[in-house]
Each structure stands twice: as structure tokens, then as C-alpha cells.
Design a protein around this ligand. Structure first.
Ligand SMILES: Nc1ncnc2c1ncn2[C@@H]1O[C@H](COP(=O)(O)OP(=O)(O)OP(=O)(O)O)[C@@H](O)[C@H]1O
Ligand SMILES: [Mg+2]
Length: 294
């Protein structure tokens, strides 16, 4: 059966056991979300573990993860439910002539002809789930308003069927990359978690967890360099995901030191814009080379 966390430490430990190293604030907000049944809005730059948090929570709480990936133009038919027109049509055609339209109509608007989309699945699930509404900032405000209603009432009304009410309370995680400001109304109903780039020690622990084979000294150097690169004014600063990729690459290449040469030849793993590459090569590459030259 689903797990009910008893303390913040419980949550931190449980998430860690699934491979997610939560910071203090993350553990606190996750605990509150699970206990108070309030949705969490997680905001922050790309690749800092927003989506992963929802996955880790599902795994720790032993709940099914239901994911709604948002995109521009996402509508209710793809998020809530849709009638299965093809099946309805077949049903109508299969009906022997003479049967009343009323009978057929009652039939084709039954649950059997409903195509459940993620929000409906989360509401209708007999077991408690974790609902991830990923990148909510990609949708428009109308969609947000629809979601709001759902998040306050935990029910969906289908005109032909009546209201479908949640049998269990889902843990809801909404993520946003800040591409647009979300409405106050949405924020008011959610707990808020700002996920930023982690501290050096925290990132060291995360990268070590993902790539245990890389010598610790190299991992530390890597994390320090990533922190340096993040301080530059780049179009796209490297994320945790890229630190992990870089560590994997270094392990594969058998690098036992982050020399200026190794840095230069592999830095495209963490920096992915032409202009950023120049900036990083100049500012960090030179810094790296300097002590050796003098
Ligand atoms: N606290 C953490 N503990 C363990 N791994 C982490 C942590 N934070 C991030 N990661 C790793 O970083 C990767 C990227 O995280 P994730 O995909 O969740 O980022 P995101 O914030 O959703 O980014 P985007 O905004 O681009 O979708 C994950 O695959 C995960 O392996
Ligand atoms: Mg994500």
C-alpha cells in the first residue's frame, strides 16, 4: 500500500533511497505536500531536478506516476478525456436496424466509450497516484484555469456521465521553467518550491551517486568547474544533468585529471552555444592553463 511519510527526515531518506538527493527545502515541501494534500509548484532553471523530483516521489511513496506533458495548444481532449468516436461509430453501425436511437445514445456515452487522458486517469484511479503536470508554463491561461478547478475540487464533470470525483487524493507536482509568469490564482493553491543550481557539496554528492566510478578528485574538480562556468554570463548555463553527462564521459575516456586539454576537448558536453563556447574557453580554459604555464 502507499506510504505515508512521518517526518521530513523520512522523506529525505526515502527520496535518497530512490537515487534523488533532496535539499532541505525540497524535503520539507515534499513532506508537506504528501501530508496536506496540496499541489506543489516547482520552478527553476532547466535540468535542476524538477521532473525527477516527481518521479522520485512516486517511487518512494510507492504510487503510480501519471504524467501530463504540457505543450502549446494542449487542450482538454488531450488532458482530460475524449469520446472514442470511432468506437461509437462502429457501435451505431453494428446496431440492428430498428433499435431506438435513445438506446444507442445511452450506450455510446457510457464509460466504455470514454478515452481517459492523464488528468482523468489520476482522478479516477482507485489507488493514490502522483500526478506530474510537467512544464505548465507552456500552456495558455485558459488551460491553467481549467486545471485550477480540478486541483481545488478534485473532480471532473462529464456532461453525459456526471461528475467523476477523486476516490483517492493524488500528490500533484507542477513544474515550470518560468517561460511565462503563472497566475496568482494558481500559485495561491500550491505550495511553492524554487529549485536552483545546487551548492558544490550537494552537486558533488549527486554526481558521485550517478557516476560512482569516477575518481573523487576528478568529480570534485568537475563540479567546481561547472560552478565557475555557471558564474559566467552564458546563454545556457550547464545543468545538473550536464554535470552528470560530463562525469560519464570522463569516466568512459578514462580521464584521471581535468587538464586544460581534457577540459577543452570535452567542454561541449556542458556548454552548447557557439558564443558560450568561446566565452568559456577564454575565461575558464585560460584560467585552467595558467598555473601550469607559470
Ligand atoms: N537532487 C538530485 N538528485 C539526484 N539526481 C538529480 C537531482 N537533481 C537532478 N538530478 C539529475 O538531473 C537530471 C535532470 O533533472 P530533471 O530532468 O528533473 O530536470 P528538470 O528540472 O525537469 O529540467 P527541465 O526544466 O529541462 O525539464 C535527472 O535525470 C537526474 O538524474
Ligand atoms: Mg523537466
Amino acid at each position: 500500500m502507499a506510504i505515508e511519510p512521518q517526518s521530513i527526515e523520512d522523506v529525505a531518506g526515502g527520496l535518497q533511497a530512490t537515487g534523488y538527493l533532496a535539499g532541505e527545502q525540497t524535503a520539507l515541501v515534499s513532506y508537506l505536500a504528501a501530508r496536506l494534500g496540496k499541489p506543489v509548484l516547482v520552478e527553476g532553471p532547466a535540468g535542476v531536478g524538477k521532473t525527477e523530483l516527481a518521479k522520485a516521489l512516486a517511487s518512494y511513496l510507492e504510487r503510480r506516476l501519471i504524467r501530463l506533458q504540457c505543450y502549446e495548444g494542449l487542450d482538454e481532449a488531450k488532458a482530460l478525456y475524449e469520446w472514442n468516436y470511432r468506437k461509437q461509430l462502429l457501435r451505431i453501425q453494428a446496431e440492428a436496424q430498428g433499435a431506438g436511437w435513445d438506446a444507442v445514445q445511452d450506450d455510446i456515452f457510457g464509460e466504455e466509450f470514454l478515452l481517459e487522458r492523464p488528468l482523468m486517469t489520476a482522478i479516477a484511479s482507485p489507488d493514490p497516484v502522483v500526478l506530474l503536470v510537467d512544464e505548465i508554463d507552456k500552456t495558455d491561461q485558459e488551460f491553467e484555469a481549467m486545471l485550477l478547478e480540478l486541483l481545488s475540487d478534485f473532480q471532473i464533470s462529464v456532461p453525459e456521465l456526471g461528475a467523476i470525483t477523486a476516490r483517492t487524493h493524488p500528490v500533484v507536482v507542477l513544474t515550470s521553467n518560468n517561460s511565462r509568469e503563472l497566475t496568482e490564482a494558481l500559485k495561491r493553491r500550491c505550495l511553492y518550491l524554487w529549485l536552483d543550481y545546487p551548492s558544490t557539496e550537494h552537486e558533488l554528492a549527486i554526481v558521485t551517486l550517478h557516476v560512482p566510478g569516477l575518481p573523487q578528485a576528478v568529480t570534485r574538480r568537475l563540479v567546481e568547474l561547472v560552478a565557475l562556468v555557471r558564474e559566467l554570463d552564458l546563454k545556457k548555463p550547464p545543468s545538473i544533468a550536464e554535470s552528470i553527462d560530463w562525469a560519464r564521459a570522463l569516466l568512459l575516456l578514462g580521464a584521471d585529471d581535468l587538464t586544460p586539454e581534457v577540459f577543452r576537448s570535452t567542454m561541449s558536453i556542458i556548454v552548447k552555444h557557439r558564443t558560450d563556447l568561446d566565452t568559456v574557453a577564454e575565461r575558464v580554459g585560460v584560467k585552467l592553463a595558467a598555473p601550469a604555464a607559470s
